[in-house]
Design a protein around this ligand. Structure first.
Ligand code: DGJ
Length: 705
């Protein structure tokens, strides 16, 4: 801190706050700026106040409120029984280091203290913002809204994420035209359709161009993102937890803390953002815990057998999966007592005695004897109406007692904010993990929270915190067990759940053409090693589309690779291709999961290309998703490669019959090695063969000097 400024630095950037007037505001976030320049920027920051506005103008600070004359969406909305609703917290203390700051503001009259925390990650420049509101008054303080922070925006083109089950992270672009654009998620989970993430940037920003700011609220419950164009033209963004009416009431002395809003800025488009966010997630969100743990290639039984569990079939699948190179076998839904379809048994976490007369041990022993780790599917937050658990404890449901609520997949949500309920579920999971060498839990969550009342009070917040606490307790008791976060596919994919899991089930949709697009948006925020990606059957059970093995496997191998199909039905040729692709994944795994993922651009909109690159080499895939508009493919420029180096390049899957699609094949199409300077690859690009729809070209690059 210097004088009336706080200057945080990290990742080659500075974030500068003006704290001169008792209210902190952001005056600079971008390229590293010295103290003197920051002072000039602060001096130039105040805008003209036009006629027709309040005399002092409207300050867009880090927590704007109506009490300061702000007429946009306030960052803080409170209420008390005596009618108090205005709040004007003013700075009382500023504590700062070069990388973080804690700003304490108080409004004695309203009886509250607001603490804003800001941090800039020294390595990546990713910022973390959160607010804490304390009731210093003598009566109950109702909190209707508290943003983690309010930030001014420089640009008005927004990329938001829509979606549905089996089509998560669907990109939607729009200009913030006028007024407030409020994206609410009321599902009680991160959601398929409104995850609290956004990118806002220079109009036309793309993978490699344009100033962009990426925002990610780390929260797995209901949430709200606000993008607003104020009446004077300025733009703001806020994000925070969405409360039900009257949900957040603070007794005197109590405090509420928002989820953390992570944000990053970069001048080089979405790839620039990911180049900051991926290392940040690896180091800070995951705490570096995956670095020395290669992600095991996974087999999942769901689309192979669904609920039809038969020990001999499962053993056979395990043996065949191991022969393909699989390293972890995950027994999905259908293994527990009475679970023959999705109408029953959630809550009763004991092996089905009919399917597993000797319990899970024979299958687990078999899987482990094949050299694979064993994983198990659970859905701990839920119970079916038809379950021993709810028969014994019908009142354990999260709901408004006496009021019927709709079922979702035949199930109710358990009220985990009640200690006895959380305890009972913990005891069952703990017993399972203590009795068996289970290395992995696929933790599913398959319905929205529609009646989230606990003992008559709204409780999405309490439930979300209780889920975190249950997972944390289980992880503390079984620290070697990994967790996959799943919610009907990718309905719970966020940085806060990722703090307590090692993988995210990206989507139930394993169709590679859908996945190629989904991986592009998912990977803006998440590094590939947490992106579960499976090779499914040739005819996809969800989309009905057919695809070849090379496409399916080349798509899965850019994430945390797995297989989810009845591999017994695969032809010899499919099996051989899959085994080769798993081996390829393993040989590039350190690069795929520790290097840089670049979403390559190509003039042909139907061509999706990715590159995983590290200082020693790269793996590149180009996939033709639709019929190309042009007959001859443009070369693929490899942005992000070290241009000063030379690279030995080879097409890994040359066509056995190039004449079928080309009169003349381009260079490299025969699979021969070629030495190519990096700047040629970056500017002239890799020559691509003509690809049919669904066709794939996979290139390996090795640095030579
Ligand atoms: C939903 C998940 O997304 C699927 O992968 C599978 O585990 C099913 N639940 C099982 O019921």
């Amino acid at each position: 801190m210097s004088g009336a400024q706080v200057r945080l630095t990290g990742g080659g950037q500075s974030l500068v706050l003006d704290v001169a007037n008792g209210v902190p505001s952001l005056i600079w976030w971008g390229e590293d700026i010295g103290e003197a320049d920051a002072r000039v920027a602060a001096a130039l920051a105040p805008r003209a106040v036009p006629h027709g506005m309040l005399d002092g103008g409207e300050a867009l600070d880090l927590s704007p409120t109506a009490a300061r004359g702000f007429t946009g969406f306030p960052a803080l909305e409170i209420r008390r029984g005596d009618g108090t609703f205005l709040a004007d917290p003013r700075l009382v203390t500023v504590e700062a280091t070069p990388h973080d700051a804690r700003l304490t503001l108080e409004d004695v009259r309203a009886g509250l203290r607001l603490v804003l925390t800001l941090a800039l990650d020294p390595a990546t420049g990713v910022a973390a913002f959160a607010s804490r509101l304390e009731n210093t008054g003598a009566t109950v303080l109702g909190v209707d809204w508290l943003a983690a922070i309010a930030l001014p925006l420089d640009h008005d083109e927004a990329l938001l994420f829509d979606g549905r089950w089996a089509a998560e992270m669907t990109p939607v672009r729009a200009r913030i035209a006028t007024g407030a654009w409020i994206k609410d998620n009321r599902t009680g989970r991160t959601s398929h359709h409104a995850p609290p993430f956004a990118v806002v940037g220079q109009p036309g920003f793309d993978e490699d161009h344009g100033e962009v700011m990426g925002l990610h609220l780390a929260w797995s419950g209901s949430s709200r993102v606000i993008l607003e164009r104020l009446r004077d033209g300025r733009l703001q963004v806020q994000a925070g937890e969405l409360f039900l009416p009257g949900e957040m009431n603070l007794e005197p002395g109590e405090a509420y803390e928002t989820p953390t809003l992570y944000a990053a800025r970069d001048a080089a488009g979405l790839n620039g953002l990911s180049a900051r966010l991926h290392p940040f997630v690896r180091q800070t969100i995951l705490g570096g815990r995956l670095a020395a743990r290669p992600r095991p290639v996974t087999f999942n039984t769901w689309e192979a057998v669904y609920f039809r569990h038969d020990l001999e079939t499962l053993k056979d699948l395990a043996a065949q999966a191991a022969a393909l190179g699989v390293e972890r076998f995950v027994l999905d839904d259908g293994w527990f007592v009475g679970r023959d379809d999705d109408t029953t048994s959630l809550g009763d976490w004991r092996a089905d005695p009919l399917k597993y007369p000797q319990g899970l041990t024979p299958l687990i022993d078999h899987v482990r004897s094949l050299g694979m780790a064993f994983g198990l599917w659970v859905e701990p937050e839920m119970a079916n109406r038809r379950s021993a658990l709810l028969e014994a404890h019908p009142d354990w449901v999260l709901g408004d007692e006496g009021r019927a609520q709709p079922l979702g997949r035949g199930q109710y949500v358990l009220d985990l904010s009640r200690p006895e309920v959380a305890e009972a579920i913990f005891a069952q999971l703990d017993a399972l993990l203590s009795a068996h060498p289970i290395a992995y839990l696929k933790w599913d969550m398959n319905r929205d929270l529609t009646h989230p009342a606990s003992r008559g009070r709204p409780a999405v917040h309490a439930q979300t915190r209780a889920v975190y606490a249950l997972i944390d307790r289980l992880r503390a008791a079984h620290p070697a067990v990994e967790i996959e976060s799943c919610a009907s596919g990718g309905g719970r994919a966020d940085y806060e759940i990722l703090r307590r899991s090692e993988r995210i089930w990206t989507s139930d949709n394993n169709d590679p053409t859908v996945r190629q697009k989904l991986h592009r948006t998912f990977s803006i925020f998440f590094p590939p090693e947490v992106m579960g990606a499976h090779v499914a059957a040739a005819t996809n059970p969800i989309t009905g589309a057919r695809s070849g093995m090379t496409l399916r496997a080349a798509t899965a191998l850019f994430g945390h690779m797995g297989v989810e199909a009845d591999v017994r039905t695969f032809s010899e040729a499919e099996r051989a291709t899959l085994a080769r692709m798993i081996a390829l994944h393993k040989s590039h795994r350190a690069r795929l999961h520790g290097g840089r993922l670049v979403r390559l651009s190509h003039p042909e909109p139907g061509l999706a290309a990715l590159m995983a690159v590290d200082p020693e080499g790269a793996l590149v895939s180009a996939v033709q998703l639709d019929l190309p508009r042009t007959a001859s493919p443009a070369p693929l420029r490899l942005a992000g490669l070290d241009e000063a180096a030379s690279w030995r390049v080879r097409l890994l899957n040359p066509s056995p019959r190039p004449e079928a699609s080309m009169k003349r094949a381009p260079a490299l199409a025969d699979g021969a090695e070629s030495l190519v300077p990096g700047r040629v690859l970056a500017q002239a690009g890799l020559p691509l063969p003509v690809l049919t729809v669904g066709g794939v070209a996979l290139f390996a690059l090795e640095r030579v000097g």
